[in-house]
Ligand binder design. Structure first.
Ligand code: ADP
Ligand code: MG
Ligand code: MG
Length: 199
């Protein structure tokens, strides 16, 4: 069973890797965007960490909903509302249970990713965070480590794609040949899950 501590570890692991990788995320965004993805994510997860400390939510669902709200209110940029929706929808789907199963988390994350796709209008292959998140959710039935690998492969697979959503789409064919920054940060989020689980 996955308890509130598991979800706190997930958020903390993601905040730490976002900090470590912020320059890389910004460098990726400087190639096909506006060079702020690393700082956007850093600002967002810093606010999430502070809010979790201050409000001390006690259930998995409440932790993710608070995290999502913080991302929406602190990340200026497309990724804030998208990641915020991902975590809020996932948290909402978990309800107020004190502990959830891996299968319940997989189902909840599926709802979260669907929320991202509705909000942003992106499908797999559009060179966005969806290209890491959908394969990760599909692989979650095989465990957290499998989801991490699927997300990393999904992020790498954005390199040859032409962006059809977000700022990178303004570049048209010139977006080809670069890894999508949001798919890259999504792989960090999923790697955080594997880290929290010890897999
Ligand atoms: P901004 O583009 O507003 O500066 P960020 O740089 O923080 O925002 O985030 C850019 C990332 O957001 C992209 O790399 C992409 O993965 C993701 N993104 C942008 N638009 C969409 C969308 N409509 N649907 C899904 N993901 C999107
Ligand atoms: Mg940007
Ligand atoms: Mg921006």
């Amino acid at each position: 069973m996955l308890d509130a501590d598991f979800f706190r570890r997930w958020v903390a692991a993601t905040a730490a890797s976002v900090d470590r990788e912020a320059e890389r995320l910004t460098a990726l965004d400087s190639a096909i965007g506006d060079a702020d993805h690393g700082s956007n994510m850093q600002r967002g997860f810093k606010a999430v960490t502070a809010a979790l400390e201050k409000e001390a939510p006690e259930t998995p669902g409440a932790i993710l909903m608070l995290a999502g709200r913080q991302l929406i209110s602190t990340v200026g940029g497309a990724s804030g509302p998208l990641y915020g929706t991902l975590l809020r929808r996932t948290g909402k789907a978990l309800g107020d249970a004190a502990e959830v199963t891996e299968a319940q988390l997989a189902e909840a994350l599926r709802a979260g990713v669907e929320g991202v796709m509705v909000l942003g209008g992106a499908a797999p292959g559009d060179k966005t965070m969806v290209d890491a998140l959908v394969p990760a959710v599909d692989a979650l039935g095989d465990g957290f480590a499998a989801a991490r690998t699927a997300a990393e492969e999904g992020a790498l697979a954005t390199v040859p794609l032409q962006a059809r959503k977000g700022r990178a789409s303004y570049l048209g064919e010139r977006s080809i040949g670069h890894q999508d920054p949001g798919a890259t940060s999504s792989a960090l989020l999923i790697a955080g899950l594997a880290e929290a689980s010890g897999e």
